[in-house]
Design a protein around this ligand. Structure first.
Ligand code: SF4
Length: 283
C-alpha cells in the first residue's frame, strides 16, 4: 500500500541504515535488487577486498574484548589470523599472503592505541529518529575523549582518505547524531582511521553541518519511498529504479544481471580491488 499521510495520524518513518541510503544514491536499480526484489536476485562471487575488510574489523572488535593484559600487537595479529574470512581470493597462497598483511596491519594499528583507553562502545548499535527517518547503524568504535564522544570508522581500502571525506560522510554525521542523543553527550568529532597508511581523517561537526546531512538523507529517503510507491502501483521497474552506470559497476554484485553495467567496463576478478599482492606467505 502506498505510504499515506492522514491528518492526525503519525507520519510513517523510513527505516534505514547508511548502506541503504548510499545504495539508492549510488544506483536505484541496485537498491531495488538488494532491498525490494524477492526472491532476491543471485549475487556474484564474494569479493576478496570485502573479506579482508571484514577480517580486520572482526580482529579489532575482538581485541577490545580481550582483558587488558592481552591487548597487545601480537594478540591483534593472532586474532586477524584466527578470524580470517577466506573468500574471494585467487587461491590458498593468495589468501594466506593477504591474511598476513591483515595481521601486520592490525598489529601496527594497535601499536598506536592506548589499551587502557576503554572505548564507550565497539561495534556499538546506534539509532535515531528525525522528522522522516528511523535511522540505525553500527559504529566501529565510539571513544570518549575530554567528556565528548568521538565516532571512529575503520577503513581498509587502498585510497587514502582526507578530512573532506570525513566531513562529507553521511554515515558518520548520522552516527554522531545518534550516539550523542543515545548517550546524552556531545558528539561532534568523527574520524576515519585508514589502516593501510595509519592516517586519520577528521571532521568536527556542528549542529548545522549535521542538520545538512539529515536533510540530504531525508531527501534520498523521500526519493526511495517515491520510487517504491511507484513500483507498487505498477510502474516499470527500470523507470522507477533506473540503472546508474558508473565506476561502481565493476564491483557491483548484480553486474551479471545488468546490461548497462556490463557496458561500462570489463569484468573484474574478485581479488582485483586488493591491488598489489603482499610478500608471499605460507598457505
Ligand atoms: S551494474 Fe551498475 S548500473 Fe547495473 S545495477 Fe550494478 S551499479 Fe547499477
Amino acid at each position: 500500500m502506498a505510504q499515506m499521510e492522514l491528518a492526525g495520524m503519525p507520519r510513517r518513518l523510513f527505516a534505514c541504515t547508511p548502506s541503504r541510503l548510499a545504495a539508492f544514491e549510488d544506483c536505484p536499480r541496485r537498491y531495488r535488487m538488494i532491498y525490494l526484489d524477492r526472491p532476491r536476485p543471485p549475487k556474484g562471487p564474494a569479493w576478496a577486498h570485502a573479506s579482508f575488510g571484514v577480517s580486520v574489523h572482526n580482529a579489532l572488535r575482538r581485541w577490545w574484548e580481550e582483558p587488558f593484559e592481552l591487548r597487545t600487537p601480537a594478540r591483534a595479529a593472532q586474532l586477524a589470523r584466527l578470524l580470517w574470512v577466506d573468500e574471494g581470493f585467487r587461491d590458498a597462497a593468495h589468501s594466506a599472503s593477504w591474511r598476513e598483511r591483515a595481521a601486520e596491519m592490525v598489529a601496527g594499528y594497535v601499536t598506536g592505541l592506548d589499551p587502557a583507553a576503554e572505548p564507550r562502545g565497539v561495534e556499538r548499535s546506534v539509532a535515531a529518529r528525525t522528522e522522516a527517518l528511523a535511522f540505525s547503524g553500527r559504529v566501529d568504535r565510539l571513544d570518549e575523549r575530554d567528556g565528548e564522544l568521538v565516532v571512529v570508522d575503520y577503513k581498509t581500502g587502498r585510497r587514502p582518505l582526507t578530512d573532506a571525506d570525513a566531513r562529507s560522510s553521511p554515515a558518520l554525521a548520522l552516527y554522531a547524531l545518534a550516539a550523542g542523543r543515545m548517550l546524552r553527550r556531545a558528539c561532534r568529532r568523527v574520524e576515519l582511521h585508514h589502516l593501510p597508511t595509519g592516517r586519520v581523517a577528521v571532521a568536527e561537526h556542528t549542529e548545522d553541518s549535521i542538520a545538512r546531512h539529515v536533510r540530504r538523507a531525508e531527501s534520498v529517503a523521500a526519493d526511495a519511498v517515491g520510487a517504491t510507491e511507484a513500483l507498487r502501483a505498477g510502474a516499470d521497474p527500470d523507470q522507477a529504479f533506473p540503472p546508474r552506470p558508473g565506476n561502481l559497476c565493476s564491483w557491483c554484485d548484480f553486474r551479471a544481471l545488468c546490461s548497462e553495467g556490463q557496458a561500462v567496463g570489463p569484468q573484474r576478478q574478485p581479488w582485483d580491488a586488493l591491488g598489489d599482492e603482499p610478500a608471499a606467505a605460507d598457505a
